[in-house]
Every structure is written in C-alpha cells, then in structure tokens.
Design a protein around this ligand. Structure first.
Ligand SMILES: Cc1cc2nc3c(=O)[nH]c(=O)nc-3n(C[C@H](O)[C@H](O)[C@H](O)COP(=O)(O)O)c2cc1C
Length: 392
C-alpha cells in the first residue's frame, strides 16, 4: 500500500514491516475488533480500546446490563468485559489475516487495568498501548509475554525521560512511544490542567527533537520509534513528522468516522459534523482534561458543573456498579474533578444517542469534511494523497 514515490518511510514494530499509520485506541467501543482488524488488514497498527467491550455483545449485556446492587455485580461485569475483550481480539485477528499489527489500549486510570493487560496478552495482542497515567509497572505485568510490544502514551519529553529511565532499571525499553499532543488530540489529554493544553512545550517540533536528544545521551539512539498523535490528517503531515524524526503517526477522530468504526452511525455523524467552535475542553471525571463535542448533554453539564462540584460527596456505590475508574470524581466526591458518570455518557455516545452522549473528538479538521468513508479510502489519502472519487 506504501508506494516508493509517496516519500513516506515504512517502520518496524514487533518484528513486522508496517505502513506508518496507527489507529489510536478509542473507548467506549469506538475502536473494537471491527475497526482495529480493518486497519491491521491494510498493514497498519489497529488498536482496540479495552474498556467496557461487553456493550458490543448482546448476550453479555443480557447477563450484566441490569446488575446494580448485587454484591457480585462488579465481578460479573468485569468477567463479561474480559470475555468481550477476548472475542474482539479474535474478531480483529480474523479480519487482519496476519497483516499489520493488533494492539490493545488500556488506560492506566482504570480499576481493571491489570486484568485487562493480562487478558489482552493472554488473548494474543501483539502490543499494549497504555496512557492516562504513567505505566511504570507495565514491564512486570507483561513479563511472561516478552514478544508483546509495550507502548506508553506520553505528551512531553520529561515524561519520556522519566519513564524510559524507570523502565531501564527493570531491564526493558518501550518498543515505541506515542507522543500525543494535548492541544490537538481527542479524549483524555496528557496535561495537568485545561489551561496548559496549548502550551508550546507540547508542540511536536519541541517534543520530538527533545526526546530524540535524550535517547542519544542515554545511548539508545534509534531503538525507540516515536509515534506522533493529534491533528494529523494528510500525507504532508506525515512527511513533516517523519522529517522531524517520528517513525509513524497515530490518528483517532479520522478513523472514528470510517464505515468500519464500531460505533453507531449517529456517533460518527456527530464527530464528522462538528465545527471547530463546537469543541470544548473540560475536566473529566478521571481528573484529566478532555476534548469533546459540545452536545446538548455536555453543554448542560458544563453549565451545572460549578453547582455539582460544590455538592460533590462520596457515593455509596459506583453509578454503573463496576468502578471503571480507580479514582472517580463522581463516586469519590472530589470537587476538583468532573461530576458525571463517564461510562454511562460514553455508552450513550457509542449507541448514537446524540442528546445524552459524551462525544470525544480531536481538534483538527477531518480529511473528508463531514463524509463517512472507508478505512481503505482514508489510507489511500494518507499514504498516497488520493481523494475518494466523489470528493475529487
Ligand atoms: C472518540 C475518541 C475516543 C478516544 N478514546 C481513547 C482511549 O480510550 N484511550 C486512549 O488512549 N486514547 C483515546 N483517544 C485518543 C486517540 O487514540 C488518538 O490518540 C487521538 O484522538 C489522536 O488525535 P486525532 O483525533 O486528532 O487524530 C480517543 C479519541 C477519540 C476521538
């Protein structure tokens, strides 16, 4: 798929030659087996998001969707989600037919982080991609699966240096690092405060050379490929980032609006139709800044946020009975964090409920405007500058 005259360089990960395009993990159920498998089948990296995948499986929802105050509700939901992760990895593998690479994204902030990591590895994921927290313990967690590539998501060179130094002491280097720009990406963002999101220290032109300079002084030059994520939407972007020293790029939103994306068509339409002025940055219930479309629910929530934060108090139990986050502003009553149930809102978005859903989205314009296109058309555009027929 990568022609010689594209000017783009392939890269290597997990013993494979790959096209330099990674599809980022997107929860809840936005990037499951269908999308990840389609991307891998084209020779890229397809990433499944591990969180709450039971929503894609009616039999698992029938068993667990109604659970509430039962003492074992959390355990039953967790078991259903692990079963769903296994099924989705198998589905992706069938679609990929041995091509590309299949990764699983696990957020460090999840209560079930360790169990998702173990399940992803046991189910045969080629790579683990971990963000929303520093995965300092990943080398130990994955030690029985030495072939699996381990990929942290970071946003600045300080984070890269800290993580690499800690991992080196454990005798392991990351197999790649995703450098995600908090001023451009969708979902949870790697800055402490909303006010910091657009700080120039996160610019690719700053972070990539700094990270490469650190690798050089640490004697690990050329050993850790960098994957730039956030705001990428054409071949010229990839050329520019490869010239800076990145090996590959990661896209989220552009893949979320493909036919193969696992979410409802109405979910895709909300993302595709959003204009720059429709996007909003706010503090999520995980305590991290996030970027999403200002839909009716989010608009109302943000207007009520100060009141809800003033009234924050520890709840008797998690709203969804399975404690998706280790630290949840709503359940734990932390006034400085968001005050909504993230699993419920993201679930509404995945279902295509445009009024109630929380629709994460990156800041950039999309390659095909508000059109929903295929993964193949997106890849042909990114790698070869070929526009789909009706758009020419
Ligand atoms: C709908 C949506 C959900 C996302 N969910 C996650 C997630 O669960 N875990 C994660 O590490 N990144 C998540 N991201 C970030 C993407 O993986 C990707 O790095 C980012 O969106 C890249 O920026 P772009 O959207 O401008 O291409 C999400 C992004 C979107 C748009």
């Amino acid at each position: 798929m990568l022609s010689h005259d594209s000017g783009l360089k392939p890269w290597h990960l997990g013993g494979k030659d790959l096209i330099p395009v990674v599809q980022g993990g997107m929860g809840v159920c936005v990037s499951a087996g269908g999308l990840a498998g389609a991307v891998a089948s084209m020779g890229g990296v397809g990433t499944l998001s591990s969180v709450d995948l039971r929503r894609l499986h009616p039999d698992l929802m029938a068993k667990t969707g109604h659970l509430d105050k039962e003492p074992d509700a959390g355990a039953q939901i967790d078991a259903a989600n692990l079963e769903a992760l296994d099924r989705e990895i198998r589905r992706a593998r069938e679609l990929a037919q041995g091509r590309g690479l299949l990764a699983v994204n696990v957020m460090k902030a999840l209560t079930a982080y360790e169990t998702y990591v173990h399940q992803a590895l046991a189910s045969g994921a080629d790579a683990l991609v971990v963000g929303a927290g520093l995965p300092l313990d990943l080398p130990e967690l994955a030690k029985d699966f030495p072939k699996a590539a381990l990929i942290p998501i970071l946003s600045d060179a300080r984070g890269v240096q800290l993580l690499v130094r800690k991992w080196q002491k454990k005798g392991r280097l990351p197999d790649a690092v995703v450098i995600e720009h908090p001023g451009l990406a969708g979902g949870h963002l790697g800055a402490a405060k909303v006010a910091d999101l657009h700080d120039t220290r996160f610019d690719f032109e700053v972070v990539i050379p700094q990270a490469l300079a650190f690798f050089k002084t640490a004697g690990i030059e050329r050993e850790i490929p960098l994957i730039a994520a956030g705001g990428i939407n054409c071949r010229e972007d990839i050329l520019r980032l490869q010239a800076l020293g990145a090996s590959a790029v990661q896209l989220g939103t552009a893949f979320a609006v493909t036919h193969e994306c696992d979410a409802d068509p109405a979910f895709k339409k909300v993302l595709a139709d959003a204009r720059p002025e429709d996007l909003v940055e706010f503090i999520s219930v995980a305590g991290l800044p996030a970027r999403a479309v200002r839909t009716p629910w989010l608009d109302k929530y943000l207007r009520l946020e100060p009141k809800l934060q003033n009234a924050a108090h520890v709840k008797a139990k998690c709203n969804m009975s399975f404690d998706c986050l280790a630290h949840c502003g709503l359940r734990d009553g932390v006034a400085s964090m968001g005050q909504f149930c993230i699993d419920q809102q993201l679930g509404h978005a995945f279902d295509g409920d445009t009024r109630k859903g929380l629709f994460f989205r990156g800041a950039a314009r999309l390659p095909f405007g508000n059109q929903i296109r295929s993964v193949q058309e997106l890849m042909q555009w990114l790698l070869g500058g070929v526009r789909p027929a009706a758009l020419v």
